[in-house]
Design a binder for this molecule. Structure first.
Ligand SMILES: C[S@@+](CC[C@H](N)C(=O)[O-])C[C@H]1O[C@@H](n2cnc3c(N)ncnc32)[C@H](O)[C@@H]1O
Length: 396
């Protein structure tokens, strides 16, 4: 089976794992191998694992990552999806007025956000779809949520007034929109169903909400192989784009902020005093630290400690002599190159891992991401990450 031809994603996701990286490493593993992706994003690693006949477990803190990857990685009754989609569309067409959505209409901040990012006509139709889908509790309704989200998380024109949302760099470009939400929703459902109609191995995968720092449901030394791609320092703020769709799926902005607080890689200063000696070890061989503004320096310290904490948790759950493959790229802050790769290597070594192999690989242009617009000096095209490192470690 040529796996890569079956890896068409059901929804965009920034900084997605290149499937060929996972395929090359997973395809020779024995059938019973248990793979963990603790920061699963789009769920590509687990998709490859399932298709290869391996068992997989995944975690993430972003509700969008969890939604997309669970729909993509679980068995689904396509006929039922099509049936409930038809029913939702019929009812939406019959509705005279746009319904109230309590989590939006009783929350002035979320309501103002909706009014800023959506024109009335699209917002009214999204309200109809959202109110009908939120009443459903079957697993198939998650497919409809992904279909709705796809209308919004787009690079070009979509249901919102923004562009570049799929890259998590949303900016509003207009006050008017002629996007037809209901017919586009019907197309979106059909497209996803087509992809999901061939879905081998999905029964082998389980996906959980939770932080990679504390995967309490996973026993010590129970995982055979970890494959993941941690966020890069200040490279992508996943919630910035995803919230435009998540507010139609029952989330308020404040609830999303609480979840975002669990994300690593964002430009945030530490909330507790950090151990100086550890920071020095994590920064070993990393250039430009002294040239960073004090606030960025302390955010980088927090990021480095986060990488250490996740490495320690990966060490706890991995079997002795188990392997871990981590894909990570360096990123830019204030125009200076930050070696996420070196920091991760230092963190993994401190946690007890032995580095076995490093492979450098060019990132194709369509997968490169710019730093967030507010990171000063980091907005230049030259600052796109051009290569990524694939590092394989062994647990001692
Ligand atoms: C570089 S992306 C992963 C890309 C992924 N390999 C893919 O194929 O899409 C990093 C992911 O880490 C997640 N993340 C950030 N902080 C996390 C945490 N503390 N625990 C679990 N996941 C986290 C983000 O939500 C994001 O989905």
């Amino acid at each position: 089976m040529n796996i890569s031809s079956f890896l068409k994603t059901i929804h965009p996701f920034p900084a997605r794992m290149a499937p060929e990286i996972a395929i090359r490493r997973l395809k020779h593993l024995e059938k019973d191998t248990l793979i963990l992706d603790p920061m699963l994003g789009s769920g590509t690693t687990l998709k490859v694992a399932g298709m290869t006949g391996l068992r997989g477990i995944g975690f993430d803190v972003d509700p969008m990552a969890l939604l997309i990857s669970s729909v993509w990685n679980r068995p689904v009754n396509i006929n039922k999806v099509m049936r409930i989609a038809e029913q939702v569309l019929r009812q939406a067409h019959e509705m005279q007025d746009a319904p109230y959505l309590p989590w939006i209409d009783y929350d002035p901040e979320t309501l103002a956000f909706v009014n800023f990012w959506f024109a009335k006509e699209q917002a009214d139709d999204l309200r109809k779809l959202s109110s009908l889908i939120s009443l459903m509790s079957c697993p198939e309704s998650d497919v409809l949520k992904v279909a709705l989200s796809r209308l919004i998380i787009t690079k070009q024109r979509g249901a919102s007034l923004g562009r570049d949302i799929s890259h998590s760099r949303p900016h509003r470009v207009s006050n008017v929109n002629d996007f037809q939400v209901l017919p586009e929703f019907a197309k979106s459902v059909r497209r996803i169903c087509k992809i999901l109609s061939f879905n081998p191995g999905s029964h082998l995968i389980s996906i959980h909400e939770g932080s990679a720092k504390h995967m309490d449901s996973i026993s010590d030394q129970s995982i055979d192989y970890i494959m993941t791609s941690p966020p890069y320092f200040t490279a992508v703020d996943y919630f910035r784009g995803h919230r435009l769709a998540l507010i139609w799926l029952g989330y308020t902005l404040s609830s999303l902020r609480l979840l975002r607080d669990k994300s690593i890689g964002l430009n945030r200063i530490p909330t507790k005093p950090l151990d100086d000696a550890l920071i020095q070890e994590l920064f070993q061989g990393v250039s430009h630290i002294a040239n960073l503004r004090p606030k960025v320096q302390s955010a980088l310290q927090r990021y480095s400690m986060d990488l250490l904490e996740i490495s320690q948790e990966f060490f706890r759950v991995l079997k002795v002599k188990g392997k871990m493959t981590v894909v990570i790229a360096d990123s830019y802050s204030s125009g200076l190159l930050i070696s996420n790769t070196k920091i991760f290597k230092n963190a993994a070594k401190l946690a007890g891992f032995h580095l076995e192999e490093v492979e450098e690989r060019p990132i194709i242009a369509t997968r490169r991401y710019l730093p967030p617009p507010n990171s000063s000096g980091g907005n230049r095209l030259g600052n796109r990450m051009k290569t990524e490192s694939i590092m394989t470690f062994t647990r001692k």
